[in-house]
Write a protein that binds this ligand. Structure first.
Ligand SMILES: Cc1cc2nc3c(=O)[nH]c(=O)nc-3n(C[C@H](O)[C@H](O)[C@H](O)COP(=O)(O)O)c2cc1C
Length: 216
């Protein structure tokens, strides 16, 4: 299962049964967490809330609006070794789509798809309470991976959407949340469209020796 999961960025319109979604989210919650704190929450956005949220996110992005993010994700500046990995994942994505490196319009169009949750039948916004420590992000990350794998086991696919974290205030406003909820990321979930070129994206991982050592 771990070998098969990939981020999926195009979905069939087939809806996901509510009971199945609940089962997947419950499975994600079986993830371990320090002192069993179980931090974080998943908010499914649908109907008019989802439509208006996506429309505003796209508009904000097109207008080059910026907001202070709730938490810092990427290092700034990005160390060269990580920059290479970042560029590798972008190349994998744009190669699958046949978008050339200098095709800014094509790349922007794909980036906008983030704000539509890739048109997945299920759109989740992932939040965490503002007063938790950094370790709780680790706990929530485990729950997110649990969600991805539980979904995969049920024939569903997912893609985490960190791009959402660029507009925390906008998202809070649409979801009726106050400042006690930090916006961590979005998550698309649904049945993969096997014919979509974007779903042919294949990423690589660094060699074992780069991140695993045996001492003594
Ligand atoms: C927390 C998180 C945030 C991500 N944010 C985005 C995103 O905003 N847009 C996107 O297209 N992919 C996003 N991804 C997917 C990564 O690009 C992807 O996991 C990585 O390239 C490895 O590919 P794989 O998931 O297919 O193995 C995100 C993944 C994670 C775990």
């Amino acid at each position: 299962m771990l070998l098969e999961r990939r981020s999926i960025r195009a979905y069939r319109t087939t809806p996901v049964a509510q009971a199945l979604l609940h089962e997947v989210v419950r499975s994600a919650r079986l993830a371990p967490s320090g002192a069993n704190l179980q931090p974080g929450a998943f908010i499914a956005v649908q109907g008019e809330v989802r439509r208006a949220l996506s429309a505003d996110l796209v508009q904000a992005w097109r207008n080059k609006q910026t907001e202070a993010e709730d938490y810092s994700y990427f290092p700034s500046p990005m160390p060269m070794a990580l920059k290479r990995r970042q560029m590798g994942s972008a190349k994998a994505l744009y190669d699958a789509l046949g978008i050339a490196r200098e095709d800014r319009v094509g790349r922007d169009a794909q980036f906008e798809r983030n704000f539509h949750f890739f048109d997945a039948p299920v759109a989740l916004v992932v939040t965490i309470a503002h007063d938790l420590g950094s370790g709780c992000y680790m706990d929530l990350g485990m729950a997110l991976y649990g969600l991805m794998l539980a979904a995969h086991a049920k024939g569903l696919s997912t893609c985490a959407i960190g791009a959402m974290a660029s507009y925390p205030s906008l998202i809070r406003r649409h979801l009726g949340l106050d400042g006690t909820s930090k916006i961590v990321c979005g998550m698309a979930l649904g049945y993969a469209d096997p014919d979509a070129p974007v779903n042919q994206t294949r990423t690589e991982r660094s060699e074992l020796g780069e991140y695993f050592k045996t001492l003594g």
